[in-house]
Design a protein around this ligand. Structure first.
Ligand code: ROI
Length: 160
């Protein structure tokens, strides 16, 4: 069994609804259990600014799935949400990113873990810190150290 962290993001068609439903969907993953979900956060878009703010969250699951099987499952959930990506770094209905998979570093044409942008995105670092303040990345870097290069300034928690 491996702990895996999944980032959720949406800024189209009722983003709060998509993220909440996706958290429910994660509860149905085979050979897996949803352990923790962060609060929902409103974040300024990274990328083109002529799009709505995003709703983001992070979930922690424990899973027996192999990383690529988990990726398949996450992509199936994205499709169930009629995933729309209008353009590169543009608005999207639902993104599910595999952020961390145990201690593993994975370089595969379909999958890079830890997620390549993890340490640069406050909408990932913030919810991860909420879930697991003591987290250490496979590189040995403490999650809290990322705050120096990635200050959490644009995140608004939108649920209690
Ligand atoms: N920006 C924010 N704030 N949140 C996201 O989830 C997100 N996802 C993306 C891009 C378009 C890069 N920007 C984002 O894929």
């Amino acid at each position: 069994m491996v702990n895996a962290y999944i980032g959720l993001g949406s800024n189209l068609d009722n983003p709060i609804g998509h993220v909440k439903q996706a958290l429910e969907d994660l509860k149905q993953l085979p050979q897996s259990q949803l352990l923790l979900a962060s609060k929902l956060y409103l974040s300024k878009p990274v990328g083109p600014q002529d799009q709505d703010n995003f709703v983001n969250a992070v979930a922690l699951i424990i899973t027996e799935l192999e990383p690529l099987s988990l990726l398949d499952e996450l992509q199936t959930i994205e499709q169930q949400h009629q995933r729309v990506r209008e353009r590169h770094w543009g608005p999207r209905t639902l993104d599910l990113d595999l952020l961390l998979f145990g201690e593993q570093s994975i370089q595969h044409p379909r999958l890079t873990v830890p997620h390549a942008q993890l340490s640069r995105r406050d909408f990932v670092v913030g919810p991860l810190l909420e879930l697991c303040p003591e987290l250490v990345l496979p590189s040995g870097t403490q999650l809290q150290e990322l705050l120096q290069q990635c200050p959490i300034d644009g995140l608004i928690c939108i649920d209690a």
